[in-house]
Design a protein around this ligand. Structure first.
Ligand SMILES: [Zn+2]
Length: 346
């Protein structure tokens, strides 16, 4: 019976997804990106609703998209978000999974070439392999049919810390250009599943510089993630510098971050752009070690000023990682509720 009720909700979500909020660029996003495990024993849809957060992004490994889409926890979450008017989207790195690594044995030309001229299946793909792009696009479409964002925004990023292809055909294309070649192909494929689909171009690490050779297809939006930043000074502080450490490998000033953002806004429209910041990212502040869970170094002045800075550039869609804010974390660090509330209100 529960399945039947949830199926009815799913159908109504699908039918109602494009009524008032049809044009995604009109509704300003204030979001949070968490993982499916953060939903365990925690009513995130209610927390979001109560605190002015209107979008929950889930990071779902594509290998588990099918099983997760059928799980009771997801169906309950979907129904609760629908009930509370919260949009759902899915944000994740996906190339390792969309181009299965075991295919390397069959056809290594689908995979990237390293600096030594050798093909390797470690990360990403050769973006000049039509065969690779076709497999990636087909798998993206499959994901898009299973986990459907209610705001039509899709996020299938290239591999984290992933190197790019250096083959003779790809060598003159930057990481951003190579990502865009993949993204333009994926967008075409997912529009078969969702004609209103938009796809993120993530500017982060290797893809921070704006693309130069490839033009984004209509429907590609910028997602800017200032990973190499500090959190006790706002992005507008031109003296602020992040110094590389064991987990974040590049030193970068806030001035450089802002230059990357502004350069990207010369290529992508500001109206559809999304900022993915890290103000509430427990995983980052804990150095991605669960044994090292730490309080969030919340600074309301910084977050307020950052949001003002982003908005001054015409960007109205803002989300933050909130990975590992789960039931246990909130019991241990209950002050986090105040940070969520403040973030939602800014
Ligand atoms: Zn190549």
């Amino acid at each position: 019976m529960k399945q039947l009720i949830i199926s009815a909700v799913l159908i109504s979500v699908a039918l109602s997804a494009c009524t008032d909020d049809c044009n995604v660029s009109e509704k300003e996003m204030k979001g949070i990106v968490i993982t499916p495990s953060d939903l365990k024993n925690l009513d995130w849809p209610s927390i979001a609703r109560k605190n002015g957060i209107n979008t929950i992004g889930l990071a779902v490994n594509p290998l588990y998209a099918d099983s997760f889409s059928k799980s009771e926890s997801y169906l309950d979450f979907l129904a609760a978000c629908h009930d509370k008017g919260i949009d759902i989207e899915f944000q994740q790195h996906a190339m390792n999974e969309f181009l299965p690594r075991e295919l390397f044995k069959k056809d290594s030309t689908m995979f990237r070439m390293d600096d030594n001229g050798r093909r390797t299946p470690d990360f990403n793909c050769c973006v000049h392999s039509e065969k690779a792009l076709k497999i990636i696009a087909d798998n993206a479409e499959r994901f898009a049919r299973r986990l459907v964002p209610t705001n039509h925004r899709y996020y299938f990023w290239t591999d984290d810390v992933g190197n790019i292809c250096k083959c003779p055909k790809c060598i003159n294309y930057s990481g951003s250009d190579q990502a865009l070649i993949i993204e333009n192909t994926i967008l075409e494929a997912i529009r078969k599943a969702d004609p209103k689909a938009m796809l993120a171009h993530l500017a982060y690490r290797r893809t921070l510089p704006a693309p130069e050779k490839i033009k984004p297809a209509d429907g590609i939006f910028l997602e800017f993630a200032p990973f190499f930043r500090i959190f006790d000074k706002p992005m507008s502080d031109t003296t602020a510098i992040f110094h590389a450490n064991a987990t974040r490998e590049i030193s970068m000033s806030h001035k450089e971050n802002m230059k990357y953002l502004k350069d990207n806004l010369e290529v992508f429209p500001a109206e559809t752009a999304v900022i993915l910041d890290y103000w509430l990212d427990v995983s980052l502040f804990s150095d991605w070690k669960k044994s090292n869970m730490t309080p969030i170094p919340w600074n309301s002045h910084v977050v307020k000023e950052d949001i003002r800075t982003y908005r001054s550039l015409g960007i109205n869609h803002i989300t933050s990682y909130g990975v590992w804010i789960d039931h246990e974390y909130l019991e241990k660090f209950p002050e986090t509720y105040n940070y969520i509330k403040e973030y939602g209100s800014l």
